[in-house]
Design a protein around this ligand. Structure first.
Ligand code: ZN
Ligand code: ZN
Length: 340
């Protein structure tokens, strides 16, 4: 079968043997795989160098074979979504973190990696069955959608109730476009921040009350809202992190989701400013299987939509990565033909 991989850090598409499902694993045939910013980070070696691994972690697939014990969780022929935000393809389910609903910190968590291939084996318990209403192009729900959903759910959990103002930085991107929809759906007043007239128009169409360029966002929200109650930062640029922090009102909640390359340096906060403005800072990544089920229900009801504006075959991945880096398409890209 064909698979896109990293070999000693270099991107390659090669022929490899189809995997065989192990204990409690399902072998699935990938129908569509979304392209995530984390894939770009891996290909461009922003965080690791010289690594060899599969690539891709959000997909819709069909179950083709089961390893021993997997029949308790799924059946051959099931159409499923897999990803869980790239982490948590396996987790223990019983440690302190798993019981708190944060499986990404589980010491036994294993990644789902390798959805840019015709087949992959995954832990059957992590698969969520899909209703027919959800088409293959909704594959980015698996990571982009779930990660945005998990970040928006942090708001009420950390004291920001519906009705309050929330900035979404990187609002037209692969994750941000979900966050604008989900936060609006939950009743938040969304201020979307992105670059360029076309992207801002798109952000308004998703339900944002305001859509602003980064260079005007801080002044506008400080003047009109007294700062926002929370900032969800999906930007993979340090500048986006700074904008989010500056948009907050006193005591606001800062939820980081994007990962700027290490080379961009550190987010700095002067202690006096920290004392005066008293922000709560946290990271949000991925979600749980329970979150995935809730999100699938919202998507099946047509209340959350994946905006896919770029579709290609496996061989087009290098071009798609260049386009993603240049932010030349809106929303998400999906690979729908994994055989060429
Ligand atoms: Zn991802
Ligand atoms: Zn655990």
């Amino acid at each position: 079968m064909k698979a896109a991989r990293l070999e000693d850090g270099a991107f390659q598409i090669k022929d490899v043997p189809a995997p065989v499902p192990g204990e409690e694993e399902a072998l699935v045939r990938i129908s569509a795989a979304g392209v995530c910013h984390s894939d770009l980070h891996m290909v461009k070696a922003h965080f690791t160098t010289g690594r060899s691994s599969g690539l891709g972690h959000e997909a819709i697939a069909v179950v083709e074979a089961l390893g021993p014990g997997a029949e308790r969780f799924t059946q051959v022929g099931d159409r499923v979504i897999l990803g869980l935000g790239g982490m948590g393809g396996y987790w223990c389910g019983a440690c302190e973190y798993c019981l708190r609903g944060e499986p990404r910190h589980c010491a036994e968590a294993k990644q789902i990696l390798g959805t840019f291939a015709e087949h992959i084996c995954v832990w059957a318990k992590s698969l969520v069955k899909l209703p027919d209403e959800i088409g293959d192009r909704e594959a980015p729900l698996a990571c982009g959608g779930l990660t945005a959903f998990g970040a928006v759910k942090k708001l009420s959990k950390h004291g920001v109730p519906p009705g309050r103002s929330v900035a979404v930085i990187g609002a037209a991107g692969g994750l941000g476009h979900y966050a604008v929809q989900i936060a609006s759906l939950f009743g938040y007043r969304v201020v979307g921040v992105d670059i360029g007239a076309e992207r801002l128009e798109f952000v308004r169409s998703l339900g944002a009350e305001l859509a602003l360029e980064p260079d005007e966002a801080v002044d506008v929200v400080q003047r009109d809202f007294g700062g926002v109650d929370a900032a969800l930062v999906f930007s993979a640029r340090l500048a986006g992190f700074k904008t989010g922090l500056q948009m907050l009102r006193r005591g606001g909640l800062f939820v980081a989701v994007g990962l700027p390359p290490r080379s961009e340096g550190n987010l700095e906060l002067n202690p006096l400013e920290f004392f005066l403005r008293d922000p709560t800072l946290m990271y949000s990544a991925v979600g749980t299987v329970g979150d995935m089920r809730e999100l699938v229900e919202l998507a099946a009801a047509g209340r959350v939509k994946s905006h896919v504006s770029r579709v290609g075959a496996l061989s087009e991945l290098p071009t798609i990565f260049d386009e993603l880096e240049a932010a030349s398409y809106l929303g998400r890209a999906v690979v729908t033909d994994l055989s060429r």
